[in-house]
Design a protein around this ligand. Structure first.
Ligand code: SF4
Length: 358
């Protein structure tokens, strides 16, 4: 059944007309779905009973609760969702996936991260991922499908803490720019006046640097951008991030430099620190060279010891040195606190370990 979550007011107007409802019912539907966050058609009391019955027979709202959750000692929560059957894969996606049968639906994860002054949700944009970054447990899942906007939005709308969220990061399973149509559609529903009317500056979308989708994201959205960098040298980056081969980071940076980063829109670089492999003075100097003239910040991320991918983690002292060296030379750098490591919810650890419903 077709889901209404993620549809624009114009599309909802079509839905209303097809259901024999007046044109203005499209606006009413948008309000029920995005503002009042209705989970069933029965709640839509300003739509005629007959109209609601017709809608119910043809559509779903698209809301469904997580099927399992895990809570970290630091308060982080990981939610497991089971999607309805995902849209069929086409062309290369199909061979990348190896999944002939999408009729079962897929398990995906979202991570809720409460802090003193904010509450962030990290959402997935694909089931698994095809980018194959060597340090990332999610990459080992392989690719199992693109999430429609309804399934991206459902993660935001259907966790129990939804109303408390202050920020959203698109940093869960998948490469957002590889599913750009649905990612933009979800961002639009979150930020448009007809939708949730969030400021785009409360949302950050990450990317390994997939230029085609990235350009559309930069042109069609105002949300913040985080680039997964992890090594400033092309040859070394390629060893851990296959994307570097076809889409070198230098080209991605050239694209990024064509946009205005002096306004409120923020550009950051994610940098997981691997002991001796990307945290040395040689790397620090190259990072400074690569970022010269860019108004951005670097987030250093501790590599998680629980991830057995054969990479050494930097020690704390070296990360502090790298942060201070870059900052001293004019590149704002922070060390990001790790959250949810004990429940495999930290960066790069989403592996659907909870794939069975309780
Ligand atoms: Fe995919 Fe991101 Fe993991 Fe790379 S780091 S494999 S892009 S989920």
């Amino acid at each position: 059944m077709v889901s209404l979550l993620g549809k624009t007011p114009d599309e909802l107007q079509e839905v209303a007309l097809e259901a024999g409802l007046p044109r203005f019912a499209g606006k009413q539907l948008a309000e029920w779905i995005y503002v009042r966050r209705a989970t069933s058609f029965d709640e839509m009391t300003n739509i005629s009973l007959r109209g609601r019955e017709t809608l119910k027979a043809r559509y779903t709202i698209g809301r469904h609760a997580p099927v399992a959750e895990a809570k970290s000692t630091d308060g982080t929560k990981k939610y497991l969702f089971k999607t309805p059957p995902l849209p069929p894969l086409r062309g290369r996606d199909r061979s990348d996936s190896g999944d002939e049968n999408q009729s079962e639906g897929q398990y995906i994860e979202a991570v809720y991260i409460p802090e003193d002054d904010r509450a962030t949700l990290c959402v997935s944009t694909q089931a698994g991922c095809k980018m194959g970054c060597k340090f990332c447990m999610t990459g080992t899942l392989g690719f199992h499908g693109h999430l429609p906007a309804s399934e991206i939005l459902n993660q935001i709308f259907s966790i129990p803490e939804s109303a408390t969220l202050s920020n959203i990061v698109y940093m869960g399973e998948g490469e957002p720019m590889d599913n750009i149509d649905e990612v933009l559609r979800s961002l639009s529903a979150m930020t448009a006046a007809w939708g949730c009317a969030w400021s785009p500056h409360r949302i950050t979308v990450s990317s390994v640097g997939y230029p085609k989708g990235l350009k559309r994201f930069l042109d069609e959205s105002e949300c913040h951008l985080a680039i997964s960098l992890h090594n400033p040298f092309a040859a070394e980056r390629q060893q851990i991030m296959p994307i570097e081969k076809n889409h070198p980071i230098k080209d991605v940076l050239e694209l990024i430099r064509g946009y205005d980063w002096t306004r409120q829109r923020r550009l950051s670089f994610e940098y997981i620190c691997f002991g001796g492999e990307n945290d040395t003075p040689r790397h620090a100097k190259e990072l400074l060279r690569l970022m010269r003239g860019l108004n951005c910040r670097v987030n250093l991320i501790r590599f998680h010891a629980g991830v057995d991918q054969g990479f050494p983690a930097s020690d704390e002292q070296q990360m502090v040195w790298l942060r201070d060296y870059l900052t001293m030379h004019g590149l704002t750098t922070t060390i990001r606190r790790s959250r949810g490591e004990d429940i495999l919810a930290a960066c790069g650890m989403l592996v659907n370990a909870l794939q069975k419903e309780p």
